[in-house]
Design a protein around this ligand. Structure first.
Ligand code: PYC
Length: 318
């Protein structure tokens, strides 16, 4: 009657990742993208039971380990949130690597991981003098800017944004006029959510009609190159600087000539955590690498009672 699913929780710069190491069912093999399609169509309950209330919360990002199809990869990973699935997840990859190291399944060094949108390379660094045990660099899938300086009307004025890919789709806006700091989470959330509605109403998409489901609002900070507020698809804000969002930002910075290949860009989150980012240009593509730290927080077992009316989560949450 009751099933149990072991999990490991970490956070990366404040943003949590709940890892399910052992899938409770067979996804039938194939590429990680194909397994994601099956997970979404046939087993979406796993996502909602692991993340949604009453067991979880909107802030949680989930990751499940699956078999990679690419023989050069040691792991396959599917990331998900309170409303659906992600292409890639930077903070989540750092969290997954930390969790696998905690389990003794990874030692310092590089590991290739297949995600639904391509292969990433994660490097677990040796514990440093500052005592950071889980410092991880993620060489992401290639990033690019799709559209530049798109005008969008909101609150009777025009703001502008770039549309860029960094493993997920982002609308990146600077001239929003808001203060980007932890004291202004509510107005930032409200504005970013309405901005998403405003550019969606214009029919703005990524390539091939892809939904632009993440919004980034940038502001200045004395402690890094830039501070960002990132609103995720389910209306939770990213406590980390967002690995895929930083990748999208780096692609725009390189396209504008603001940074050069190899230069470090320090991206701060709205709560003050930092990712170091840099890009390389390989075969004409912009390949970002993001470095950050994760901390292990909990390990446990999800208990799912088939008689519980909310055992697979409250679907209207998020
Ligand atoms: O770090 O890429 C990221 C991410 C995406 C959504 C939440 N975090």
């Amino acid at each position: 009657m009751q099933s149990t699913i072991p999990y490991l929780d970490s956070h990366t710069g404040g943003e949590p990742t709940r890892l399910i190491e052992q899938m409770p069912f067979d996804l039938g093999g194939g590429t990680v993208a194909e397994q994601l399609a099956r997970l979404r169509a046939e087993h979406d309950d796993l996502r909602t039971l692991a993340l949604n209330e009453p067991r979880g919360s909107d802030v949680l990002v989930g990751a499940c380990l699956v078999q990679p199809a690419d023989p050069s990869c040691r792991f396959g990973v599917i990331f998900f949130n309170n409303v659906g699935y992600l292409g890639m997840c930077g903070h989540g990859t750092i969290g997954v690597v930390a969790a696998l190291a905690y389990r003794g399944r990874l030692a310092p060094g590089m590991v290739r991981i297949e995600t639904p949108v391509g292969v990433v390379e994660a490097t677990l660094h040796p514990t440093d003098g500052a005592g950071h045990p889980n410092r991880v660099s993620v060489r992401n899938v290639p990033a690019y800017r799709h559209l530049k300086h798109v005008p969008v009307e909101i609150d009777g004025r025009i703001v502008h944004g770039d549309v860029a890919w960094g493993g997920n789709w982002f609308f990146l806006c600077h001239d929003h006029g808001l203060t980007v700091d932890a004291e202004h989470i509510e107005p930032l959330t409200d504005f970013a959510w309405r901005l998403r509605a405003a550019y969606s109403a214009l029919g703005l998409t990524g390539t091939d009609g892809a939904v632009i489901d993440h919004v980034e609002l940038f502001g200045p900070t004395p402690t890094a190159d830039s501070r960002s507020f990132v609103l995720c698809p389910g209306r939770a804000y990213d406590r980390s600087p967002c690995g895929t969002g930083t990748s999208a930002k780096l692609a725009c910075l390189l396209a504008d000539g603001t940074i050069a290949a190899g230069q470090t860009w320090r991206q701060e989150s709205v709560i003050g955590s930092i990712f170091d980012g840099r890009v390389e240009v390989s075969d004409g593509q912009v390949v970002p690498t993001i470095t950050g730290e994760a901390w292990m927080m909990a390990e446990g077992r999800l208990l799912v009672d088939a008689r519980d009316p909310f055992g697979v989560g409250i679907r209207s949450c998020g």
